[in-house]
Write a protein that binds this ligand. Sequence first.
Ligand SMILES: Cc1cc2nc3c(=O)[nH]c(=O)nc-3n(C[C@H](O)[C@H](O)[C@H](O)COP(=O)(O)OP(=O)(O)OC[C@H]3O[C@@H](n4cnc5c(N)ncnc54)[C@H](O)[C@@H]3O)c2cc1C
Length: 395
Amino acid sequence: MTLPPLIHPTGTPTAVTTSPTTRAPQPRIAVVGGSLTGCATALLLLHAGFHQVTVYEAAPDAAPRGGGLIGLEHPALDILDRLGIGQNEVVAHDSETVRRVTVRARQPIHTLRQRYPGRNTTWTLLHAALATRLPAGVLRTGRRVAALGVHHKQPVLTFGDGSREVADLVVFADGRTSTGRRLLDPSRRLRYAGYVAHRGHAPAPAQPLRDFLRLEPGPGCQYNVAPIPGGLDWTLYLTCSPTAYAHHFGAPPERRTFALPHHVGPAARAHVDAHATRLLPAAHAAIVHATTVRMAVPMMDIDPPTRMAWPVGAGWAVLLGDALAPVRPHTARGANNGIEQAAGLVTALTQHHRWGADLGAALHGWQRRHLPAAVAAVHRGAAIGARLGLGHHPH
Ligand SMILES: Cc1cc2nc3c(=O)[nH]c(=O)nc-3n(C[C@H](O)[C@H](O)[C@H](O)COP(=O)(O)OP(=O)(O)OC[C@H]3O[C@@H](n4cnc5c(N)ncnc54)[C@H](O)[C@@H]3O)c2cc1C
């Protein structure tokens, strides 16, 4: 479906309100995507006193993916604290240490202990903590947004089944293949970076692990492993041609942007097992070999964003989290960016609503503060990949 023309296609800020106005009516806020960024946004909005908030999630089930490890830095953890989500609920192992191990010929030769400015959680724990706090009726599953247009000057969402919903503000938190980004910022397309994060949930080892372990066995490989409730979560980054990716996971990386357990075929298992045997110390290779539940994520790059908010008729649409800019997992910034952007957005909206602040000005201020961190994470991901000799390097 095509996007009807925007009323302010240039994105020129609207006139600045110079005097305090009376409290604005409650805006209707539609959040597209009910994963981490979408649920965090909705919860923050409700806590700030916005009542007309609805989350539209395409997946029929609110928890579409068995999720892996996510490192949250202190700012995101503090935002969760303020929502009443304490670390005892989402952090199973409270280590703040990353052990970075240089490996040669399958033997650890040097270990560097680094302090991590945050703690590790998992997608599953964090999503449950957020989603179960949303009042009944806020999160609507099985609702795939297909288009955004303007009707009587208001932004209107069209769903896959043809139904429509009007909103004053549309928050796209619909992830790396975002429909919102395709409609609002169509020139920024995903590009395969030439390597894959192979992932697995393994049973707990005989010797319990507490810290996040990062093993670097030389060019073309990185292996991370950390404890999660009920076992271990590991990620093995390996270079992979687009053809091999399609052979391993049944579709090219641009189409299969998450390979779920049922997409991981025998060729992918054999490829990962062989690299684990060749590159990792025996104990870690054994962890990989013993893993039955496997997934994979192709590394996808995108041009850095230049804006986060667009006027749509008399309303606005914004991009948040992976919808704005999916970043490579090495940066450990994806979920952090989404949560920090959501909190900043709610601050801007609160000032607009409570004190009559001009919404366009508030959104531009929000964008000015949060865009640099999103851009930096896009660049840092590519730099880390190049340092590790992973994927293809244009420069
Ligand atoms: C191996 C790995 C390790 C990672 N480690 C970290 C880490 O340590 N720290 C960190 O901060 N981040 C980490 N990340 C990144 C983090 O997982 C993501 O950045 C984060 O989950 C993105 O959340 P999101 O809500 O923006 O998008 P997503 O989780 O992708 O959610 C998007 C949601 O939108 C829904 N949706 C999509 N299209 C539509 C539509 N048209 N209509 C309605 N709904 C739609 C989807 O079904 C989905 O539920 C890691 C990622 C990987 C793969």
